[in-house]
Design a binder for this molecule. Structure first.
Ligand SMILES: [Fe+2]
Length: 292
């Protein structure tokens, strides 16, 4: 299936659109064996939630026509655009001083953060100044300092229902998904802002997304099924969409260390990926109404 005009990419990376590849769609998780994860003493094959879909692995470069489709034509805003950029030098230097990259565990990352409050405050001040420019002084909120194991094809997972002391192999990954909450509907998901995710690890990670808004996805589904009879809502639209449109392409953005993406993750299907990596993935995430 060909790419449809939808969410665009405002790309400020030096690599330009070389940082973006595209595939031929998604598959039900059981039809594509997950790669093993080997990290420290851990060796496991990621498991998925019952209804999960994952991106196919046939990534290729964008064609000139696809690049044109992804370039912004109208004014970019918080819900119709994925922004790609790189931290300014002074901010990179501040994070480098924390020496987070190469950490062996999530605990080690946090220990390094607490180890030197002076350095953390200095980088935090610079980060807030930078985020203020991206948010045009609208409020923004720290969401998390997240870690992921290397070589996990689709990193998103919900661990809130797991028992304390759960093992990494007990986690069920959710596959490509829209974030959303019960406050939102398919028709209001675009009103809740976006997120900025900064790669603080040593290795290039990936941000995968489908360039369709929730409303576009719903309108496509309406041509296939009776969405009222199937009670399609923000919580189940993902699995219906990928069931009916397995050939709709996914985009894969390479996110090198200290590069960031800004994306409306309530308003598009997406996930992160550390496939092919060998070190701990570290990302810093804020919510807000960012533009750049
Ligand atoms: Fe997400």
């Amino acid at each position: 299936m060909k790419l449809i005009n939808g969410i665009t990419i405002n790309n400020q990376l030096q690599e330009g659109y070389d940082s973006v590849t595209i595939n031929s769609g998604t598959v039900f998780h059981a039809d594509q064996l997950a790669e093993m994860v080997h990290f420290q003493d851990l060796h496991f094959r990621p498991q998925y939630e019952e209804h999960a879909y994952v991106a196919k692995r046939d990534w290729r470069s964008l064609t000139p026509v696809e690049i044109k489709q992804l370039q912004p034509k109208n004014e970019c805003n918080t819900y119709n655009t994925v922004y790609l950029g790189e931290l300014p030098g002074h901010l990179k230097d501040g994070f480098r001083e924390l020496q987070l990259a190469g950490s062996k565990s999530r605990d080690e990352v946090f220990e390094k953060f607490y180890h030197d409050p002076g350095k953390v405050k200095a980088v935090n001040d610079r980060l807030h100044a930078f985020l203020s420019t991206l948010s045009a002084n609208t409020p923004f909120y720290f969401h998390c300092l997240g870690t992921n194991f290397p070589n996990v094809e689709m990193v998103a997972c919900d661990t809130t229902g797991l028992q304390k002391g759960y093992q990494p192999q007990d986690v069920k990954y959710m596959g490509i998904h829209n974030d959303g909450t019960t406050q939102m509907t398919v028709y209001t998901a675009h009103k809740f802002g976006n997120r900025i995710s900064i790669n603080l690890g040593n290795e290039t990670r990936a941000f995968l997304f489908v360039n369709l808004s929730m409303i576009q996805a719903m309108n496509m589904l309406k041509k296939k099924i009776d969405v009222r009879a199937h009670n399609i809502h923000i919580g189940n639209i993902c699995r219906y969409f990928f069931h009916h449109f397995p050939d709709y392409p996914v985009l894969r953005v390479q996110q090198k260390p200290y590069q960031y993406y800004i994306a409306p993750t309530d308003n598009c299907f997406h996930d992160g990926s550390t496939l092919g990596n060998s070190e701990l993935d570290i990302t810093l995430i804020y919510f807000g109404y960012f533009k750049c």
